[in-house]
Design a protein around this ligand. Structure first.
Ligand code: ADP
Ligand code: MG
Length: 326
């Protein structure tokens, strides 16, 4: 399938009115009064951000979901996106159609449209970029840099499932050998992260700062504390784990090393946020109506280390601010 046929048959049906049926040079959108636009872009490279040869729907879904997670952290509601694709030569029409149907599934689930993009072919690895456009009431986007010493640190969902899912998808051995249900949960967590858009109103109401977990729980908490010129302590026993991941952890000889692996691995696409302890009870009560679990896992402090505490509240690991995993 050539570029023009791909755009016409696979992409044009995904376009909103702003995209002018993908028959013009650019999209046009009229901003709504009283709303700010939130713009977030993510690029994925074959062999770096997704496994070699995964050209179909899985990659399309993950691309959009990862981007939606940025919008969720910044409390935006998605409305549209731009999409740039560099296809390796000789990709089959089936994979191209699969890619488009992955896009369609996510658009349907989260109600937003394709506005436009660019399509090229490459002799190198596949590269895909999505730029999401979201809206938020004027002035209400939650930033990274406004956490305060003494604020609680909260996280949605569960941590570490995607780390084990990536091991599974890339063919690494996992011990103890998990059952089928665990593998399914981990693989889903890696391939189809759930952007936590449902908590955006709670964040706008209570959060002093927020970020989504892409680099790793510790690294991303570090991005908040560095931007806010703080340190923090994290109670590892309170980090939320799914039942299969808890079971995996219990089967590891060195449990501290294993929990460090889970909290540094990344790809969780949960939301971490900070909030004044004055809001603790409101948050604990209100999240229950949202269908997203939220757990308090630590506190911001003066200083600049991200410190992990064991179940006896003894510190066993500290990551200096701004630590990079590669
Ligand atoms: P140009 O030659 O000006 O770059 P294109 O032929 O690349 O124009 O694009 C034609 C139309 O198709 C435009 O509206 C563009 O936004 C749309 N388009 C091209 N590639 C994509 C894509 N990957 N996703 C969405 N829209 C696309
Ligand atoms: Mg073009």
């Amino acid at each position: 399938m050539d570029e023009f046929e791909f755009i016409k048959t696979c992409l044009a049906p995904l376009a909103g009115p702003e995209g002018l049926k993908l028959q013009d040079d650019a999209a046009v959108m009229t901003p709504l009064p009283g709303l700010d636009l939130i713009l977030a872009t993510d690029t994925m490279v074959e062999g770096v951000h997704f496994p070699n040869g995964h050209y179909g729907g899985d990659t399309a879904e993950r691309l959009l979901r990862v981007n939606l997670s940025d919008l969720a952290a910044k409390t935006g509601r998605p409305v549209g996106y731009l999409l740039s694709i560099a296809w390796p030569k000789n990709v089959s029409a089936e994979l191209m159609q699969g890619f488009a149907s992955g896009l369609r599934d996510v658009q349907k689930a989260y109600d937003f449209r394709l506005y436009g993009g660019d399509t090229v072919s490459t002799s190198g690895p596949m590269v895909v970029t999505a730029t999401l456009i979201g809206v938020v009431p004027e002035g209400q986007m939650v930033k990274r840099a406004e956490a305060q010493a003494g604020d609680d640190i909260w996280v949605t969902g569960s941590i570490g499932d995607a780390c084990l899912g990536l091991k599974y998808v890339t063919g690494h051995d996992i011990t103890p050998v998990p059952d089928g249900e665990a593998l399914w949960l981990w693989e889903e967590a890696y391939l189809r992260p759930q952007p936590r858009l449902l908590i955006r109103k709670l964040l706008r109401k209570y959060a002093s700062a927020s970020i989504d977990v892409s680099d790793g729980l510790l690294a991303d908490i570090g991005h908040i504390t560095t931007a806010s010129k703080l340190g923090c302590k994290i109670y590892t026993a309170d980090v939320p784990l799914s039942a299969p991941t808890q079971k995996w952890l219990s089967g590891q000889g060195d449990s501290q090393k294993a929990i460090v692996e889970l909290v540094t691995a990344g790809d969780d696409y949960e939301i971490v946020f900070t909030a004044s302890p004055d809001h603790k009870e409101d948050i604990a009560r209100e999240y229950k109506n949202l269908g997203v679990h939220v757990a308090c896992i630590g506190q911001c402090m003066t200083g600049n280390d991200v410190t992990l505490l064991d179940p006896n509240n003894k510190s066993f690991y500290a990551e200096p601010a701004g630590y990079k995993h590669f």
